[in-house]
Design a protein around this ligand. Structure first.
Ligand SMILES: [Fe+2]
Ligand SMILES: [Fe+2]
Length: 154
């Protein structure tokens, strides 16, 4: 089914962000694993798979709308320790959330309600799952201290 060209272009821009999120979680989860932090490794490995699933849904939607998926990913920011990794990931999630909100609005304007629902679902994952979890970790570190937090993630 031929889609609206503006919606297709926007979706292609979003793919870059999801692929960046996937790769940022890929490197951060492997760093956590290397540092012996099994618990946070598992969580971030799971986020990586969710970002791959987000990219996958958008890629499939672009193909369905008769567009050509753009596989260029946005730049990633790799942290150096637990705090900088968490903060870089949170920054990325805030950024993705903002872009999804604009996408939802665009789809609404163009009458593409199925794409809108897909993006709305990804917004919910972004806000209520990924962002919320990262905000909680940063708050926990402030509350119990970095050493205690790291010990809780071994
Ligand atoms: Fe995502
Ligand atoms: Fe996310």
């Amino acid at each position: 089914m031929r889609g609206n060209p503006e919606v297709i272009d926007y979706l292609n821009m979003l793919i870059g962000g999801e692929l960046a999120a996937r790769d940022q979680y890929l490197i951060h989860s492997r760093m956590y694993e290397d540092w012996g932090l099994a618990k946070i490794f598992e969580r971030i490995d799971h986020e990586m798979q969710e970002e791959a699933a987000h990219a996958d849904s958008i890629i499939r939607r672009v193909l369905f709308l008769e567009g050509t998926p753009n596989m260029n990913r946005d730049d990633i920011e790799t942290g150096e320790d637990v705090i900088t990794c968490l903060k870089a990931d949170l920054k990325l999630e805030y950024h993705v959330r903002e872009k999804l909100a604009i996408g939802v609005k665009l789809c609404e304007e163009k009458g593409d309600y199925v794409t809108r629902d897909m993006l709305r679902q990804q917004m919910s994952d972004t806000e209520e799952d990924h962002t919320y979890w990262l905000e909680k970790q940063i708050r926990l570190i402030e509350l119990i201290g970095l050493q205690n937090y790291i010990q809780s993630q071994m």
